[in-house]
Design a protein around this ligand. Structure first.
Ligand SMILES: *Cc1c(COP(=O)(O)O)cnc(C)c1O
Length: 223
């Protein structure tokens, strides 16, 4: 077994045994590296740039499940709508409505996650509790059935303080529970908590992550 294969297998086993799914974050990595993992049986890959994703999707096997993990601009939704497996970072009603519109045009329900801002760092991206409630109210009044909300996503603060990171992941799990109880309770499709990256995934698994997004640990260096 090559060192790369060993790294992949032990990481994938650890994450699978914790009941989660590994999303191999392949942004900036060449297609050959994706194919190496594909040959080992891996199918879930994450990208954060639309042009790069479209190009890789066209060139690589069609049974790859492509996760869009970056900030998505509304005018770029159309390019990935036909094939994207899951859009991780929806944080506005306008973006959700655009995904719904493109899904409707294609006759498909596009799975999405609501991104929450859980880190201490300032960020333009991610909902807070109040914004999420406002979004849910808007959806109750006017549903968006072709943008299927299947869970939540968040990123912890980049810090060595493990207690802080764990607390932030816990807060995301709480947001998930609140939404589950208040709005999505009857939907078995609302089940994903996307949290954890190379530096903090064990803490995320301990707090109930179902989707772990790992890049540098798998592919080496910073992506
Ligand atoms: C790049 C990226 C990751 C993976 O980060 P690593 O530290 O390389 O594992 C996970 N999530 C998002 C949103 C990213 O942009």
């Amino acid at each position: 077994m090559s060192p790369a294969e060993q790294t992949y297998r032990s990481l994938n086993d650890e994450i699978t045994q914790a009941g989660a799914c590994l999303v191999a974050v392949s942004k900036t990595r060449p297609k050959e590296r994706i194919l190496e993992l594909y040959e080992l049986g891996h199918r879930d890959f994450g990208e954060n740039r639309v042009t790069e994703l479209v190009e890789k999707h066209a060139a690589l096997p069609k049974d790859i499940r492509w996760h869009f993990i970056g900030h998505l601009q509304r005018n770029k939704v159309k390019a990935i709508a036909p094939f994207v497996h899951l859009i991780h970072a929806v944080d506005s009603e306008r973006l959700l409505r655009e995904i719904d519109k493109q899904g409707k045009a294609l006759g498909r329900e596009i799975p999405v996650l609501l991104q929450f801002h859980i880190a201490e760092e300032e960020s333009k991206y991610g909902l807070d509790q109040q914004a999420a409630q406002a979004l849910v109210s808007a959806l109750k009044a006017s549903p968006a059935p072709n943008a299927k909300i299947t869970g939540v996503m968040g990123m912890a603060t980049y810090t060595d303080n493990r207690e802080q990171v764990s607390a932030e992941f816990k807060s995301l799990a709480e947001r998930f529970e609140e939404l589950h109880n208040s709005y999505f309770g009857r939907s078995a499709d609302f089940r994903e908590i996307s949290m954890g990256m190379s530096g903090d995934y064990p803490l995320a698994l301990a707090e109930g992550s179902t989707l772990v997004r790992v890049g540098s640990l798998l592919f080496g260096g910073r992506g």
